[in-house]
Design a protein around this ligand. Sequence first.
Ligand code: PHE
Length: 444
Amino acid sequence: MENKEQFGSSFAAIAAMAGSAIGLGNIWRFPYMVGEYGGAAFILIYIASSLLLSVPIFFSEFIIGRRSGANCLGAMRRLAPRSRWRWLGVLCILTPSIILSYYAVVGGWSLSYLLRSFTLGFPESFGSFTAAPWKSVIAFAVYLGISCLIVAGGVKKGIGRFSKLAIPVLFVLIVVLAIYSVCLPGAGAGVDYLVKPDWSKVSTRTFVNAIGQSFYSLSLGMGIIITYASYISKDEDIVFSGAGTAGFDLFFAIIAGFAIMPAVFAAGIEPGTGPGLIFDTLPFIFCKMAESSPLLGTAVAIIFFLAVSIAALTSSVSLVEVPVAWLTEEHGFRRGKATLLVFLVTGTVGALCALGFGPLAAVKIFGHSLFEAFDLLCCNFLLPLGGLLCVLFVGWKMKPENFHDEFTNGGRLKFNEKIFGVIRFLIRYVAPVAVILIFLSNFL
Ligand code: PHE
């Protein structure tokens, strides 16, 4: 633990956490939610739920990770030896491993579409693409391999260095796209869709969705923040890290909205969400742009799919790191070997998920494909459970003086000292209720 590798700088640490936070959720889900749930009204509610709920949950995970200086299972072993809390550790290793296997399938799609952007040779339809199994399995394996190679490079030289480069590049790409998109003729309707506050669209569902989205977007409940925080120096300010991560995440999500929605409206198409938006609607728009200017259409497509691929990559890297940290710290694996093992196991499971769109389409679990079943299991059950247990652990199980010590760096951070009482209240009472709400909303 003493000479454990660290990120080495505040920027590297925040870039890695922001990289995990910024992902497909920001690109294919947030912009749509903003439009459907009241524009600026939704953004305000989203910011409030981030501040009151998601950031405090982030703090709990950060505290567990940095206090223990260990991977998820090791953290529970150190902070609550020989107790049932080890199951929280197990959960936090299991969930990201399952998510990785299907998230990397989507990463593979984005990589494949990036390559196709160069010739604008997009498939007939997204359905026809995923049904052709081998291409999508190969793209998945390449994408997972790249994620694993970055992790094998180490915390500082692999993940840290990659994130420090990826985050600025990502911002430049998305800002360029947003400027272009907003300037298209007819883009105004898309801008209105995003910014006009429409309180009539605000309902209970809006709140539940805002909470759920901010929770998912900050990569909570999956052991990532615990693991990354164990590589962060004791001198770093937890509030600064939390604000930096949440700030970058929100900024990127909003700009992604401006990159996508105005272009969608300018093309006279109904906005959508999920894979259909990225892999059907947008390629269609890029090809339409190319009819008037082939170079421009191609360039926009390349920039867009490069941004999607990088955003997905920084997230999957964080997923790979969780089980790798566990294998190296708890079982003495070398980093390279641990990464290879993670590649082989998640690679096999993920390949089955990818094949579920083609040859294995008949295999169903409770009526869902493997891909859907994993997604439902993780997002609706395992993530809220992980998040809930983390806040309960820090709020109720951890010694209050240790909680205080970690939050204020031993009383040295005056601002943190001032807000400690509020944060403790949020972690103890408000966050658990909110997470239970997210969970119950599955049954609404
Ligand atoms: N925050 C990610 C996103 O918005 C969610 C995520 C993180 C998913 C890490 C997988 C891995 O897409």
